[in-house]
Ligand binder design. Sequence first.
Ligand SMILES: [Zn+2]
Length: 443
Amino acid sequence: MDSAAYTSRLAEELAPGILDRLTRYVRIDTQSRRDRTSSPSTPGQLELARLLAEELHTVGLIDAEVDDNGYVMATLPASPRPPADGVAIGLIAHMDTSPDAPGAGVEPLVHRSYDGGVIRLPRGGTALDPARMPELADKAGHDIITASGDTLLGADDKAGVAEVMSAVAHLAAHPELPHPALRVAFTPDEEIGLGAALFDLDRFGAACAYTLDGSSLGELQDESFSALEAILTIHGVDVHPGQATGKLVSALRLAARIVASLPEDLTPERTAGRDGFIHPFELNATAGQARIRAILRDFDEDGLRAHAELLERTARAIVDSAPGARLELDLHRQYSNMRGYLERVPEVVAAAEEAIRAEGIEPMRNPIRGGTDGSLLSEMGLPTPNVFTGGHEYHSVREWASLQEMAAAAAVAIRLAEVWSRPKYAEVARSRLTPLRSGIASS
Ligand SMILES: [Zn+2]
């Protein structure tokens, strides 16, 4: 193995455990399902949840359990030195995988000491071409993990789960390493936007937390999209086509016109950086009735409102032009930009920056073009920025992860625990975070 690719001795030491865990976890199908009727949305998540609770117990955490909604929580008590102050820091990752790519029957493959060329996977004609994947291009020498070509890998977010598990297992086995009490949570249904919905903040009891659910080495995200979902239902007038002259009003054709009328430069594929978008992602239609589901995203609230107004104006103009047709619009909030909440206690992000630097990596602060459990958790009163995991090309059959980057992420989690044991940070946790939590909870 090429140890030069590791960011530290610690990372290299953690790597075998992380690889073992990731390759075990991804074989369990934990794909979540939209429009759930219970939590978690799918039984596979509960299977993984039970396995993780058992494993947390085995590696030495106390009170590991799965709650009624499928959330796994456990505690690693504070190290003997420095003396415990009663404040806990949280580490969070999500157990489910995206419904947007096949998630059953994942067969992970390990490409040891990657040679920098095209990786051809055995199924589905899938290839990972570094010419089209700049992030893969500079990973020569890394150990790359992929699926087999016809499923996603599930590194989103089982890389994060494996890293958190490996980090707390390491700390449990090394009582000489200083850290405050750590609370671990593995959440269900993050990919359908509900990972934080039934998260029991009081039971978790941490002053602040970190999701390990990012991507590239060094990423530290304290800003996410603000997010709305729009469901447009168009009622047409359905008549047998033979008798339709002058009577039929096709909801399907109206829906198609609405989608086609939205600006092409306001799509996820045409925007980048800090630009928002309107993304119709599902269309079910017959002549009688059509339903368009779309997500609206922007980093600022004015931008988001403008997208919502544009969508409504466009849909109304088209539906109103067809006598007899009717539009129903359901617009609801999914999550808000976490930045405003994190800025109140800048030490939460600063501690993560220190930990990333301590691992010899330059932190990359960039906004998430998406949301994490942390978007809602921060809003609910638990400041929760997002840290990289080393996984890439999420939600696709080309998903891959670098073992060296995953090991770096786990090492960062261990260093983060040390940072929070320093007097300056322990004081911030005691005096500013815990009151902030209860202040929000009681208001
Ligand atoms: Zn994720």
